[in-house]
Design a protein around this ligand. Structure first.
Ligand SMILES: Nc1ncnc2c1ncn2[C@@H]1O[C@H](COP(=O)(O)OP(=O)(O)O)[C@@H](O)[C@H]1O
Ligand SMILES: [Mg+2]
Length: 250
């Protein structure tokens, strides 16, 4: 019913030709230094989950273009590489990218589940075998994303997803742009904030933290998406710090 590509070359080609999806380096180049950085992020997330049975997390940032979708897809992929059943959900109905990243149908997804009570999660989710990941696209862009994400149906769906999977990871819009991510933050177990060097500014990151605190979100960490490793010839650098202890990144 849904098409997904079996060939890893597909990801590489897509990453090169179509900048709309996120770069899946952890799937295409698991030995790359960036993939190793994502495995460190995974370890840090798992440390912050020790003793807590976190079933759902979301990844957000203050503004656009900070690497939310890249970090979400690769974090989901490295966790799935450990053999866990991971569901990646595109809850960014403003600028959905997950379907493009994984080459799946853009016309069915979370909004289909939210607007059609008959729709079933497992029928709507795609299994992407090369990443061992279950992926739910955003679906058709609705006129009222915040309303849909804040609906009772959304709460029911999250509960159902948490039952069906070991971990559910949500890609979301920026915190400062619209209320969507703040709404999702109230419904997941943990929130991770991506802060991109050269794009995020201190005030906006502070405001983001305030908006998340305002809704009592459980901020479990921040991913610093920087240029640090440029000296090694890479434009990517990922670091991880805990929300409350790591003020130099805030
Ligand atoms: N550390 C980085 N170095 C270089 N390019 C990056 C880095 N992080 C993300 N990108 C690129 O920046 C763009 C935006 O990333 P994306 O993950 O889509 O951000 P968001 O979801 O926050 O809008 C993409 O083209 C992505 O490949
Ligand atoms: Mg995005």
């Amino acid at each position: 019913m849904f098409k997904y590509r079996k060939d890893i070359k597909f990801f590489e080609k897509m990453n090169a030709e179509q900048r709309l999806g996120a770069s899946l380096v952890t799937v295409t180049q698991p030995n790359d230094v960036i993939s190793e950085a994502f495995r460190q992020i995974r370890t840090n997330i798992q440390f912050s989950m020790v003793d807590q049975d976190y079933k759902s997390i979301m990844i957000t940032s203050s503004g656009a273009w900070e690497g939310k979708s890249t970090v979400t897809a690769n974090t989901a992929a490295v966790i799935a590489q450990q053999g866990l059943r991971v569901l990646l959900v595109d809850a960014d109905m403003r600028k959905p990218t997950v379907a493009k990243t994984f080459g799946i149908d853009t016309t069915v997804g979370l909004t289909s589940l939210l607007t059609n009570r008959e729709a079933n999660i497992m029928d709507t989710v795609n299994y992407v075998s090369e990443a061992n990941l279950y992926v739910l696209a955003a679906g058709p862009i609705p006129p009222n994303p915040s309303e849909l994400l804040g609906s009772k149906r959304m709460a029911e769906l999250i509960a159902e997803m948490e039952d069906l999977f070991d971990l559910v990871i949500f890609d979301t819009p920026p915190i400062l742009a619209v209320t969507d991510a703040q709404i999702v933050a109230t419904r997941v177990d943990g929130v991770i904030v991506v802060v991109r060097a050269g794009i995020a500014n201190k005030n906006n990151v502070r405001k983001t933290k305030e908006l998340l605190d305002m809704v009592n979100a459980n901020v479990i960490g921040a991913v610093y998406n920087g240029e640090e490793s440029k000296k090694m010839g890479y434009g990517y650098g990922y670091g991880y710090g805990y929300g409350h202890n790591n003020d130099q990144e805030k």
